[in-house]
Design a protein around this ligand. Structure first.
Ligand code: SDX
Length: 380
């Protein structure tokens, strides 16, 4: 008989599904979406084109892309019911909790038609890709005590999001760089939130509940939010000459360096390499950020100390500096991660529908052996 499978904490190294969406070669720092290297997509594609590729498996023809862009544009608006519901959220509430509630509420509006109806799948994909950015921007304006502003049909996906968020039409360079950030965050094989999406999808619940489940998972500080912590860390270090003493103290206290390390990568995350280039483009155009110099020094010094353990910068190390330069509030960094990763979650939802097998892994029981009932009066 085959040896019983061994338990691996965090399922490390355990294949929990088969998937054709994304491949990561951690030793070599290679990341491909449906076979296309992330470097090519970040340079040549748009987020909507990349979302189409992830979800339907092939790059769209010009006709398919234009149709998808128009469908998304037509579904960006939120029903007044959702906007009014969002006005009831506490202004001090965490944006990821607001996003999870709002995304789940979409399920109330779109009756659960036959999940395998191809049109239902297209409608759900379009609505979630289209409405999640509007929800994030609406939350920002509402917590400032303002009415959310409507999407502008003459602006492309990323430019429209930045417009709804900041109430100003963004510089084309800022919009392009933001769109590239969405491509870089769109998918990453079986990370915690995508695994959560697949488990939820496997029960055949609706796609809005699947995305809400994944949003809740991404909200955890070990998964989403590390880029906020990176900025706090850089601010705490303060200057280049403080990097080495700060790092020595952090290592001595066995502190995890935010934005470093990854379950898959044993070299620098290829997304961090691209984000560094985007940051430098922004700084050249809109002014330097001294914290970038601190980050470069930290990468150099930490590379010497942690590199031998295969610990290098991950996607979160430079993304916070990019978002801060784009004028995005820190606590919206993870909701923006969710905007992008909705494409990957939906790709895996659709693939899981095809797998059609509910997740129900086994466990190793470590509780007490069978024992007799103890009446209340005879308990010690
Ligand atoms: C994301 O899975 C994905 O793909 C996620 C993601 C995606 O796109 O979906 O890439 C997005 O979540 C990026 C990661 C963002 N989180 C952080 O930057 C937080 C800091 N990083 C660590 O918490 C950690 O590196 C993880 C959570 C990212 C990965 O953790 P692992 O693989 O479970 O590694 P581990 O905690 O078991 O650590 C192994 C060793 C330990 O040392 P020893 O106890 O064996 O001596 O490496 C050390 C750890 O202490 N280590 C670190 C470290 N990360 C791991 N030491 C210092 N600083 C770190 N950041």
């Amino acid at each position: 008989a085959a040896a019983p499978p061994t338990y691996r904490p965090g399922l490390e190294g355990v294949p929990a599904t088969q998937s054709a969406v994304c491949d990561i070669e951690g030793q070599r720092g290679l990341l491909t979406y449906r076979g296309y290297p992330i470097e090519q997509l970040a340079s040549h594609s748009s987020f909507l084109e990349t979302a189409y590729l992830l979800i339907w498996g092939e790059l769209p023809t010009i006709f398919q892309l234009r149709e998808f862009e128009q469908e998304v544009q037509m579904h960006r608006r939120l029903s007044f019911r959702i906007r009014d519901m969002m006005k009831c959220f506490p202004a001090t509430g965490h944006p990821m909790d607001a996003l999870q509630a709002s995304a789940a509420s979409l399920g109330l509006f779109y009756s659960r038609r036959a999940l395998y109806d191809p049109q239902y799948i297209v409608d759900a994909v379009v609505r979630l890709i289209a409405k999640i950015p509007t929800m994030v921007a609406a939350f920002q304006l509402i917590r400032k005590g303002q009415d959310p502003i409507q999407p502008r049909d003459d602006l492309a996906y990323s430019a429209n999001f930045l417009y709804m968020l900041t109430e100003r039409e963004p510089d084309p360079l800022a919009a392009r760089i933001f769109d590239a950030c969405l491509i870089l965050h769109a998918e990453h094989s079986l990370n915690a939130s995508t695994f959560s999406a697949r488990v939820t999808a496997s029960t055949l619940t609706d796609p809005y509940a699947v995305v809400a489940s994944a949003v809740g998972t991404l909200a955890g500080p070990l998964h989403g939010g590390a880029n906020e912590d990176v900025l706090d860390m850089l601010d705490q270090i303060g200057s280049i000459d403080q990097v080495e003493p700060w790092l020595e103290r952090a290592i001595a206290q066995k502190q995890k360096i935010m934005g470093f390390g990854h379950r898959e990568y044993r070299v620098k995350d290829p997304r961090a390499v691209i984000l560094q280039g985007l940051a430098e483009e922004l700084f050249q155009r809109f002014g330097h950020d001294a914290m970038y110099d601190v980050a470069l020094k930290l990468e150099e010094v930490a590379g010497r100390r942690l590199g031998p353990k295969g610990i290098y910068p991950n996607v979160d190390f430079y993304s916070g500096l990019v978002y801060r330069k784009l004028g995005i509030p820190r606590d919206l960094f993870t909701p923006i991660f969710a905007i992008a990763r909705t494409a990957g979650w939906l790709a895996h939802w659709k693939e899981q529908l095809g797998a059609n097998r509910i997740y129900r892994p086994s466990q190793i029981y470590t509780g007490p052996a069978e024992r007799g009932w103890l009446p209340l009066e005879s308990r010690p």
